[in-house]
Write a protein that binds this ligand. Structure first.
Ligand code: ATP
Length: 244
């Protein structure tokens, strides 16, 4: 992790010029940036350290560790980490085509099934690779899948809830977003790490072919009940082969 003495307005450690915002999450802002000397365009995840409580700081280290470990054509590369007094900057490979959530929202009723299959297979490859390295993502959702139009691929990002696991050993920390979370996580039970990613993959597949989440009620407690009962309906336009 590189230490730096701080940064001027719109510049990180004199190395990158910050440009427009690409996306925002709960913990970070992701900006487009350009390397001052090489002109290389990157995505920079800017984390305000003053907003990180103790546990979140530990999780951030975990994000950096896991992203450095996983190197796969369908996982966003972490190039470097710049640590300043007030902020932490994760310098990431730039996705030039927006995220999958926005893409799904632009397609009412979901994507054509061959297209959905094409993208979904890439996400499955990324997760299968992570699990082989004993890394669980725990926050799989379309917002965390980014399009790389020039390369013609999608890549997984945001390892903010990721962790290492030992096969057969259960985890307990509850994480992720309600609509994508497996029942065992919501119950607060011990859970088998890779299985919770597999549940979220199912939710992503549903969204790709239906255009909306399978569990989305008027309020969180109703959504929770539907997830616990695994109650959802498949729209009639989805093929029997896919619905199975
Ligand atoms: P969350 O609240 O889900 O934990 P976060 O604060 O950890 O989010 P990210 O999910 O990493 O932030 O990024 C927020 C958004 O920024 C993404 O949904 C995506 O739209 C955009 N984004 C993230 N990484 C990249 C990238 N490498 N290239 C292009 N856009 C990106």
């Amino acid at each position: 992790m590189a230490g730096a003495q701080g940064c001027g307005e719109g510049k990180i450690a004199g190395l990158y010029d910050l440009e427009r915002t690409l996306g925002k999450g709960h913990f970070a802002v992701v900006k487009l940036a350009r390397h001052v000397f090489t002109g290389q365009r990157v995505a920079v995840k800017v984390i305000d350290k003053s907003k990180l409580a103790g546990e979140a700081a530990g999780q951030l280290l975990q994000e950096v560790r896991c992203m450095k470990l996983v190197q796969h054509p369908n996982v966003v590369r972490l190039y470097e980490v710049i640590d300043t007094h007030a902020k932490l900057y994760l310098i990431l490979e730039l996705g030039d085509g927006g995220d999958m959530f926005d893409h799904i929202m632009r397609h009412e009723g979901g994507l054509a099934e061959p297209r959905a299959k094409h993208y979904f297979a890439q996400i499955v490859h990324a997760i299968s690779y992570c699990h082989k390295l004993h890394v669980v993502h725990r926050d799989l959702k379309p917002e965390n899948v980014v399009f790389f139009q020039e390369q013609g691929v999608v890549k997984l990002t945001d390892f903010g809830f990721s962790n290492r696991f030992q096969p057969g050993k259960m985890l307990t920390t509850s994480c992720g977003s309600l609509a994508y979370s497996a029942p065992e996580i919501l119950l607060g039970d011990e859970y088998d790490a890779p299985a919770v990613d597999i549940w979220s993959l199912g939710v992503i597949l549903y969204m790709l072919v239906c255009g909306h989440p399978p569990f989305q009620e008027a309020n969180d407690s109703e959504t929770l009940t539907m997830i616990m009962d695994c109650r959802y309906t498949v729209p009639p336009h989805v093929s029997a082969q896919c619905a199975e």
